[in-house]
Design a protein around this ligand. Structure first.
Ligand SMILES: [Zn+2]
Length: 487
């Protein structure tokens, strides 16, 4: 799945940022733990175990299709059994199972859910230097499909469960772990199934999932992102109708001509800019750590001066299209279909627009706007049938307990500020947000330079620095410990 904001690889932004000479802005802060908080993990001593668990899940071939996520579910069942943590497998299809494990708290607070998806995208084996499911260690990296999407989150969650249990940490809330199937293509087997048929098993106040993480530039973590909300996919189709006839006699009503005109108008349209708490905070934060010439654009786009804003908008569209998409409900015409013979004027032609709506967008109002832009009675404008992701009923709040805990942990573990991001793509958090769960997207730190070099998620090779696995497990544990331990 596409990760949020600055971590989204292959979108050009990481390249843009890699060239920025960002500076670290926070001094090292001491560990927050005091003796009153009980025994703490010995992180150095835990490194071999973290690596062993990471390699074990990476070596299970869960490329999807076909998935075979049961391999991970069964492996984890064994690990949880051995650790004395109750765990249960749930499956719509026996080969595509999910597993839920739970550490009981005293019930003072509602549970927290930590989840990761066990499926990975397929691989072109011939293009891999090291086997895609070998988890080979080389030069300080681990190479395998899933190292940064999403077996880092799976391992982080697993280790957190094991350590909370081992250290006997008293809990104010249940900590639930979910390894979910089918994230990369079909959530029917995973999140959709769990939410529809086993919701009490995963019901929580807060959720941690994929979608964020520290970004390293030049080998140093510069900022840490937390995905706090995401845009909602809402496909729209344009259908032009005209009179059919012989191609030798051009007609004014030609459906293809009308459709082309409509697509051109919509393609050039820039829906209004609208900020929310996350994107406003994000652009302000980014401005605070960027060189002056780039920071200017981030500040200008937030300006109330329409001229400054328009110029910055133009610059972002040209240079940082991901950021441009974060400003508005975006429209991208992606399918254009019509005609079947060169000498036949077709009576119909159809285009599909990929619309990614801001979370607070009013769909009906937006559809009316598109109709106005198209402004052609020969072209119908309507939503497609495939709007599958539900709208959130709650956004993760920046003044919430988890966000504060995540920001504090990022300061300690990565020595960075935290920027909230809105994903332009959709994730499995959508189904939980639609149930009112505040969800936060996290992940292991990656080098901004790694994606463009071909080592990012979904690339022909994928890798994670060993040291970043260790740091991420600590970050994950400290956040959950902070949120769940008895106080
Ligand atoms: Zn993913």
């Amino acid at each position: 799945m596409i990760r949020a904001g600055l971590r989204a690889k292959g979108l050009g932004l990481a390249v843009a940022l890699a060239s920025l000479a960002l500076t670290g802005v926070l001094a090292q802060t001491p560990s927050p733990f005091d003796p009153a908080q009980g025994r703490q993990p010995d992180w150095k001593a835990l490194e071999p175990e973290m690596m062993q668990q990471f390699q074990a899940v990476l070596r299970l071939d869960t490329r999807s299709p076909p998935g075979n996520e049961h391999l991970v579910a069964e492996y984890l069942k064994g690990v949880f059994n051995k650790a004395g943590i109750p765990a249960q497998i749930f499956a719509l299809d026996a080969n595509r199972s999910n597993i839920v494990a739970r550490l009981k708290g005293n019930g003072k607070k509602r549970p927290i859910l930590i989840m990761g998806h066990s499926d990975v995208v397929t691989v072109d084996d011939a293009k891999w230097t090291f086997p895609a499911f070998g988890a080979t260690r080389d030069g300080g990296y681990v190479y395998a499909r899933g190292t940064v999407d999403d077996k880092d989150n799976l391992t982080g969650g697993l280790m957190t469960m094991l350590l909370l249990k081992r250290l006997n940490v008293p809990l104010d809330r249940d900590v639930i772990f979910l390894s979910e199937a089918g994230e990369e293509g079909n959530s029917n087997f995973g999140m959709q199934f769990m939410v529809n048929q086993h919701y009490p098993e995963i019901e929580a106040e807060y959720c941690l999932a994929e979608g964020g993480g520290a970004v390293r530039i030049g080998g140093v973590a510069k900022y840490t992102t937390v995905e706090t909300l995401e845009k909602i996919p809402r496909g729209i189709e344009l259908v032009a109708h005209g009179i059919s006839g012989h191609g030798s006699i051009p007609l004014k009503s030609n459906a293809i001509v009308h459709l082309a005109g409509a697509v051109a108008k919509v393609g050039q349209w820039r829906p209004e800019i609208r900020f929310n708490e996350t994107t406003g905070t994000y652009f302000r934060g980014l401005a605070s750590i960027s060189p002056p010439d780039v920071a200017k654009h981030y500040r200008d786009v937030l300006s109330t001066d329409p001229k400054l804003r328009a110029a910055a908008d133009e610059w972002l569209f040209e240079n940082e299209p991901l950021h441009s998409s974060m400003l508005r409900t975006s429209v991208s015409p992606n399918i254009f279909a019509g005609g079947y013979r060169s000498n036949v004027i077709p009576s119909e032609a159809k285009a599909t627009l990929d619309v990614r709506a801001l979370p607070d967008e009013d769909p009906i109002r937006f559809l009316e706007q598109v109709k106005k832009i198209v402004n052609d009675p020969a072209v119908d404008v309507r939503f497609t049938a495939q709007n599958t992701k539900p709208a959130s009923v709650v956004d993760a709040r920046l003044d919430s307990e988890p966000y504060k805990a995540l920001a504090a942990a990022a300061t300690r573990v990565y020595n960075t500020i935290t920027l909230p991001t809105m994903s332009t793509g959709a994730t499995d958090m959508a189904q939980l947000r639609a149930r009112g769960v505040q969800c936060f997207g996290i992940g292991a730190a990656i080098d901004a330079e790694d994606g463009p070099k071909g080592f990012g998620m979904h690339s022909d090779q994928e890798r994670l620095l060993e040291t970043e696995l260790y740091r991420f497990v600590r970050y994950n544990y400290e956040v959950v410990h902070d949120l769940a331990r008895a106080k």
